[in-house]
Design a protein around this ligand. Sequence first.
Ligand code: ATP
Ligand code: MG
Length: 448
Amino acid sequence: MRLSRFYLPLLKETPSEAQIVSHQLMLRAGMARQESAGIYAWLPLGFRVLKKIEQIVREEQDRAGAVEMLMPTIQSADLWRESGRYDAYGKEMLRIKDRAEREMLYGPTNEEMITEIFRAGVRSYKDLPKMLYHIQWKFRDEVRPRFGVMRGREFLMKDTYSFDADAAGARRSYNKMFVAYLRTFARMGLVSIPMRADTGPIGGDLSHEFIVLAETGESTVFCDRRLLDLAVPGPDTDFDQDLQPLIDRYTSYYAATEEKHDAKEFEAKVGAADRIAARGIEVGHIFYFGEKYSKPMKAMIAGPDGKERPAEMGSYGVGVSRLVGAVIEAHHDEAGCKWPLPVAPFHVGLINLKQGDGATDSACAKAYEALTQAGVEVLYDDTDKRPGEKFAVMDLVGLPHQLVIGPRGLAAGKAETKRRADGHREELPVEEAIAAVKKSVRDGLALR
Ligand code: ATP
Ligand code: MG
């Protein structure tokens, strides 16, 4: 993509309404724009990151055996009356009337709808287990939308729903999502910690919030430092094997959100040096709730004995749009974003130091062609701005690799590469510089 054609409305000043660094950088780097309180337009740069995050979420859901579909954003109030949540949900629900005065709503979540879809198509334990998901916009009229896309009113969520014939099956589904979540966040360059979370009136121990530690996080959390070093299950993980030992390894360490925190247990289980009391960002939440919706909504399953009972269900959410902010919180410096390659809006920023200089233009055009042909995503700064300004823009945008070509280097046959993560620079013969960038991108995208 040529920068001269792209739409990258940068801001010179940090907008005063942005309190945390991810929000500031998203506005400054022209990634998103607030259209109403907590409602954002995704500008081209931010949209590319959002799509990359969404794709990683999708790939790991598919790997775990979940099946993608798409449910609408607008739902009928009657559906929510079946579960009793239409009145219970309160002001966070955006309620709408259509022209026939029918009560509708913009979905804050989809348990009711998926239960209705499921009960229309599944009758027998032989059809189970099933895990269905979609990636769709949600609306919650939050009291305090803030921190940009971190707490929006309209936000993109991946929500999966599992259906099993019995509690043991439901736990297997839960475990699959647990492992899928660890992999999902790790692929974005995030260390996520599954923490015991509130289950509400249903009880049980099957609810975990996946938390990324960050000073700007809204959750107060407590955990064992050793959790940060646990190896994340690899891409060869067999989701049909018994995942319980893997889950047990994680849950044997203390980790709890404020609501579930037990100070006595924390001190007994975790040595003083390993105790972390910190703030974190909730990027995902998995939850087993059994018959909560299937019972009132009569999503019945016939067992081997022919007897019918409500399906055992769970739901599993990922904050896809929130993750864009979370990744920035984890990867930035004073100059701007430092995108991990798998979620970077482009892989490489190509900087032409002297637009209009024949040799430089043609070397840049060649490099652009060679990289693009190899599947590398390049943002080519072909504008006539000064070099200093181009460097600042590229650092702000934060692409993992920079390739800098100018008349002085070219006179010696050279170009410069710069790695955004650690600032490492190298002057190399032009062909070698292109090959080095290509290789770094390839290696960086290899599945882990
Ligand atoms: P929170 O405690 O942050 O309000 P929640 O517990 O209400 O979130 P869930 O219903 O568990 O959220 O939704 C699943 C995921 O959706 C959350 O883990 C979070 O990552 C994301 N999410 C929830 N609310 C918002 C929001 N207002 N803006 C952006 N993402 C959100
Ligand atoms: Mg939650």
